[in-house]
Design a protein around this ligand. Sequence first.
Ligand SMILES: Nc1ncnc2c1ncn2[C@@H]1O[C@H](COP(=O)(O)OP(=O)(O)OP(=O)(O)O)[C@@H](O)[C@H]1O
Ligand SMILES: [Mg+2]
Length: 278
Amino acid sequence: MEQTVKLAMPERSQEQAARKAAEEKAGMEKKFDIKKLNLFYGAFQALIDVDMEIYANRVTALIGPSGCGKSTFLRTLNRMNDLIEGIRIEGSIQFDGQEIYDRSYDLITLRKKVGMVFQKPNPFPKSIYENIVYGPRIHGEKDKTKLDAIVERTLKEVALWDEVKDRLDRSATGLSGGQQQRLCIARCLAVEPEVVLMDEPTSALDPVATSKIEGLLEQLSEKYTIVIVTHNMQQAGRVSDYTSFFLSGKVIETDLTEKIFSNPSNKKTEDYITGRFG
Ligand SMILES: Nc1ncnc2c1ncn2[C@@H]1O[C@H](COP(=O)(O)OP(=O)(O)OP(=O)(O)O)[C@@H](O)[C@H]1O
Ligand SMILES: [Mg+2]
């Protein structure tokens, strides 16, 4: 399938984009700083010398063909891979300047600060309300007024409040797929994370539900740092500030999204985004 996703961009604005990128990078807060990350599943190396900076309050999209390591990489950011047997991780991942793979790093704090939303909506078989207060309760919040406020805040953040405010006590599994996914995002936001990792969060949704979630991302990035894996090039182009292209376990390039989609530095990136392979 030959698809063209190049954004029409005159030469001068490409230069401007490059300058803007340099300026932005210079002044921006790094949420994650990843250096020489190597990850092995037994004898198989799934990530090879990955270097990446993830900026605060920006949306970073991870793209690349199936099996190139996007999910593996995403899961290293909140140590979700830890329990996989035979896994070995080398290199450095700093979150707010601290090594998250250091023994002394507190995993509970990490998971609270770095939340995750999965491909398939996975609400608990509980009420809408209970889904959202689950995390805050685990972290010790008992005050009903505060929990109510969290429910309202997060459901508003994901633009679900108006649809469900009169049925908070009903089962979350009765919601549509798109509503369930917004609920899962709300559940993730309920513990006030700093970063939200999303692994193909819209791939199981119809175009209307997808566009609702895409619309949310820009607003959410005012408050949160977002890293999203997507196979949808148009989606990466629409929602992200930065895009990182993965291929066979390596990061080929990371740059401003408009640069990646108009004038990538590497030929392999261009081949992928124009649909020549992958
Ligand atoms: N738990 C595991 N044990 C062994 N190998 C694994 C495991 N998880 C992933 N892999 C392998 O690591 C490589 C990267 O997988 P990963 O799921 O990160 O790719 P991906 O880019 O997310 O692919 P997709 O786009 O299909 O989701 C693949 O070759 C995969 O088979
Ligand atoms: Mg994946």
